[in-house]
Design a protein around this ligand. Structure first.
Ligand SMILES: [Zn+2]
Length: 119
């Protein structure tokens, strides 16, 4: 599994009451399993499918880590931050990953990447 480069927790410190702030989820994999993979569904025969080996795609792993971090920050706000997260971060990033060629060669059933790193 490809690990993101940044290892700093997405949220930390104390809230207005002096209580410690900690991430809801331990890491990006935990957040993916409990949140992201539950939100998004797909047709197994879809042309552009989410790869079952997605963590092996460096951009997908980095994007899921970034989304987890943004979600943790948005989750601290009882206001519109989660809607902003969805509209301006989550949906565009997920759309780019699925439709942008990140998983070229792969299918919903098999990790078989054909894309290569930039020269
Ligand atoms: Zn793949």
């Amino acid at each position: 599994m490809t690990a993101p480069v940044v290892l700093v927790p997405p949220v930390s410190g104390d809230d207005d009451n002096g209580d410690p702030i900690a991430p809801v989820f331990a890491d990006w994999q935990d957040w993916y399993e409990q949140i992201l993979s539950q939100w998004f569904t797909q047709d197994p025969d879809a042309k552009n499918a989410w790869c079952p080996g997605w963590p092996e795609h460096p951009l997908a792993a980095a994007a899921v880590d970034a989304l987890w971090r943004a979600w943790e920050v948005a989750n601290l706000d009882p206001g519109p931050s989660m809607a902003t997260f969805l509209a301006h971060q989550c949906f565009p990033i997920m759309r780019e990953l699925v439709e942008g060629g990140t998983f070229a060669g792969c299918s919903a059933a098999r990790h078989r990447p054909t894309a290569r790193p930039l020269p």
